[in-house]
Design a protein around this ligand. Structure first.
Ligand SMILES: *Cc1c(COP(=O)(O)O)cnc(C)c1O
Length: 412
């Protein structure tokens, strides 16, 4: 392992370090926690870095890509995924992006409404192909308690489960489409394995009930995710020791042919697969006291690591001076360099004698990092992204922001 101090010296801060060995380990662990006949869609939004996508694809075909834009499409194809490996999701798919995705061989789409379905069908029709569509379901009930709940309330996502059966005629006859099955994504970041299993059981039962009521034989059911990972705090990814059997049992009950691919069953994950591969390195620029509080001012804030704080949540960031024992120092406000009081990475973060020039590390920062941040706000350069595999530096890159004129030109 190359020391963080060494990497920070060579490539500057703020910088992300991603370890591909850890991506590989998470991928292996998740696949091992699932029945062999299931596969996983990696949600590219968690970290669309090309080397990470490539590692995720790996060998074999159990890990595929879930994308939601032409940018992610290009990244997935570049990483070696084929159109056939890709699930295209999202509530605002435009004609242009659908046409591009279909032209690149994507045939599996999650659709959120009758209008969305017709749009996919029209785009497919123009290209003379048929798109397999998964109706995304917004279940009226759900089982687990979790930090991020996605369904059961009015939403831009999915068909309301209670009214979907009445849309049977409307959704099954759309030219250019085939209703291949359902897509659920009821929760993110489940509290523990028991709630994850309870949610999956509920989803599988619901899927079988909807198959019955829609009168369509499903070829594909995506039961969603909820796999959790520590985010910007110390800790380990959970091990899901009972999931494989629990899923197998529930699927045997409700979809007897599933082990032979009728229907094929998939789930999805972002954070579990990449969260612990990443560490964020930030430098201390300044330390000041104000009315009894200590402010530690960093060279990267929500422009670098804004995933959740950008959404109005403050991260419970745990930060450590590089290669030192975690401190029991005085609590400090951890703030970034931006000219907004909202640029806060942590409150009451204990640090021992922080000083300008110190290097701090934020652990478990591999998911929802750079691309989930307010990257352009205040015009600072994007952080370096250092990809390592164990001791070896594989690549160092940085996202560039640049303006291109599509009409008119820069004034001189
Ligand atoms: C964001 C998202 C995911 C990934 O969520 P994680 O909590 O990172 O695993 C999976 N599926 C869908 C549909 C998503 O929108």
């Amino acid at each position: 392992m190359i020391g963080h101090t060494e990497l920070a010296k060579r490539f500057g801060t703020p910088a992300y370090v991603y370890d591909l060995d850890r991506v590989r380990a998470a991928r292996r662990d998740l696949l091992a926690a699932l029945p062999d006949a299931m596969h996983v869609f990696y949600a590219a939004k968690a970290n669309p870095h090309p080397e990470i996508l490539r590692e995720m694809r790996g060998r074999g075909d159990r890990c595929r890509a879930e994308i939601s834009s032409v940018g992610e499409l290009a990244a997935a194809l570049e990483a070696g995924f084929s159109g056939a490996d890709i699930l295209y999701t999202g509530p605002g798919k435009t004609d242009e992006e659908l046409t591009e995705a279909l032209a690149k061989g994507v045939r599996l789409f999650s659709v959120e409404s009758p209008g969305d379905l017709r749009r996919v069908g029209a785009a497919a029709g123009r290209l003379g192909v048929v798109a397999d569509c998964l109706l995304r379901v917004n279940s009226v009930s759900a089982s687990a308690t979790t930090s991020i709940r996605m369904t059961g309330v009015p939403s831009q996502f999915g068909f309301d489960s209670e009214t979907l059966p009445a849309l049977r005629e409307e959704v099954t006859g759309v030219p250019g489409t085939n209703v291949a099955g359902l897509h659920f994504f009821p929760l993110s970041n489940a509290e523990d394995e028991a709630s994850l299993i309870a949610e999956f059981r509920h989803t599988i039962e619901k899927a079988a009930e909807l198959q019955e009521r829609l009168g369509v034989r499903f070829r594909f059911v995506d039961i969603g995710g909820g796999f959790s990972a520590p985010y910007a705090v110390t800790g380990e990814r959970p091990v899901y020791g009972g999931l494989r059997e629990a899923l197998g049992d529930a699927l045997d009950t409700h979809f007897p042919g599933w082990r032979d691919g009728g229907p094929r069953i998939a789930c999805e994950s972002g954070r579990y697969l990449v969260g612990d591969s990443g560490t964020l390195l930030v430098g201390v620029v300044n330390v000041k006291e104000s009315r009894g509080r200590r402010f530690v001012i960093l060279d990267g804030g929500i422009n670098t690591f804004g995933g959740m704080s950008g959404l109005g949540r403050i991260l419970p960031v745990s930060v450590q001076p590089d290669e030192a024992v975690p401190g029991t120092g005085e609590p400090a406000m951890l703030v970034g360099p931006l000219c907004t009081p909202g640029d806060v990475l942590g409150r009451d973060v204990a640090l021992v004698d922080p000083a300008p020039g110190d290097l701090l590390t934020v652990p478990n920062a591999g998911a929802y990092g750079v691309t989930a941040s307010l990257l352009m706000f205040l015009g600072r350069p994007a952080p370096a992204e250092v990809v390592v595999r164990g001791p070896e530096v594989v690549s160092v890159s940085r996202i560039e922001h640049l303006r291109t004129y599509v009409h008119g030109q820069a004034l001189r």
